[in-house]
Ligand binder design. Sequence first.
Ligand SMILES: [Zn+2]
Length: 134
Amino acid sequence: MKDVVYVTIEGFKGLEVPLAGKLTERLVELGAIAVAREGSVALDLSVSWAKPSPTALFEMVRNALQELGVSDHCRVEIEGEVLRIFVTDPQSVKLAIGDVGVQNSRLHVCPHCGYATLYEELLKEHVKLHYIGV
Ligand SMILES: [Zn+2]
């Protein structure tokens, strides 16, 4: 497993941040984080003490999409260690994550690496990672 695994999102813009938030909620247990990028979410496993398998990450992404209420409008594919999300119904996804989109204005951003989350507590935990002698 590579240190950074990318989950690409095709067919929709704006899913990156809410998805990264949901994935980070799960990854913090393993000491890892998800960072929203343009058109993708980067899963930073470099400081993780229990590297999840590609299959585990695949399940994680599917569960996160389910929690966001968009799993019916997306298709997730796994190819080796690359994960891809194809948004099949952008309009429905937009409706489903509409509330999250509004919350994006209250994003907490890490001054060290640009990691963004909706949750202040998560950011505090994340910033600590920069000081644990990575
Ligand atoms: Zn950071």
